[in-house]
Design a protein around this ligand. Structure first.
Ligand SMILES: [Ca+2]
Ligand SMILES: [Ca+2]
Length: 195
């Protein structure tokens, strides 16, 4: 067991999220310094972290995004994102060509008892970006559906990129952008969600 520092407070991993949230929200009542073992590793949960049960163990965890920016002499600057989890048994999701973004709890799209995780990665150029949907199965993250093509005209419409298909169990409706001969249009289709 180790400690988590969230919003200025400290809490122990291994508790349910309800307990975590309570501990985080009561950060003002952080334990007295003499009660905290300074040798225990500390994890900091950033503001804006989302919650969900992404591994289906009925315990809520926090997920947040961090970025790296590395310079390669041959290919120039490269940036990746990592979506990290407060449950350290859940490996981070690495997203290539990413300089930021806001992870989204998409709910349980495939009815396996665990929430799916969505991300529209920020990048330097272009109005075209792929939206990624991840599901955590057998201790690994994998894509729940193929990357979804989106264009900024779609983002401006504030539509969900993916939502559960209430008329077809295990399916989701994806909203995607497509370039036609004359225009860019937003279309929808129902697709199976990987388990
Ligand atoms: Ca969980
Ligand atoms: Ca699921």
């Amino acid at each position: 067991m180790f400690l988590v520092a969230g919003l200025g407070g400290l809490l122990m991993l291994g508790q349910s999220c309800r307990q975590e949230s309570t501990a985080a929200s009561s950060a003002a009542q952080a334990p007295a310094a003499e009660d905290v073992d300074p040798n225990r590793p500390v994890m900091r949960i950033p503001d804006g972290a989302i919650t969900g049960d992404f591994n289906g163990d009925k315990q809520q965890e926090f997920i947040w995004l961090e970025t790296t920016n590395t310079h390669d002499e041959d290919i120039g600057d490269t940036s990746s994102c990592y979506m990290k989890c407060s449950n350290t048994s859940i490996a981070p999701v690495k997203v290539e060509s990413c300089i930021g973004g806001n992870p989204v709890n998409l709910g349980d799209l495939n009815n396996d008892g665990a929430d799916e995780l969505g991300l529209l990665p920020d990048w330097w150029t272009s109005c075209w970006r792929s939206y990624f949907v991840y599901t955590f199965r057998l201790n690994k993250w994998k894509l729940a559906v193929k990357p979804i093509n989106t264009h900024c005209i779609q983002w401006d419409q504030n539509l969900p990129v993916i939502e559960k298909d209430s008329s077809h169990a295990g399916y989701a409706i994806v909203h995607y952008s497509e370039l036609t001969d004359t225009d860019i249009v937003v279309k929808s289709m129902s697709v199976p969600v990987e388990k």
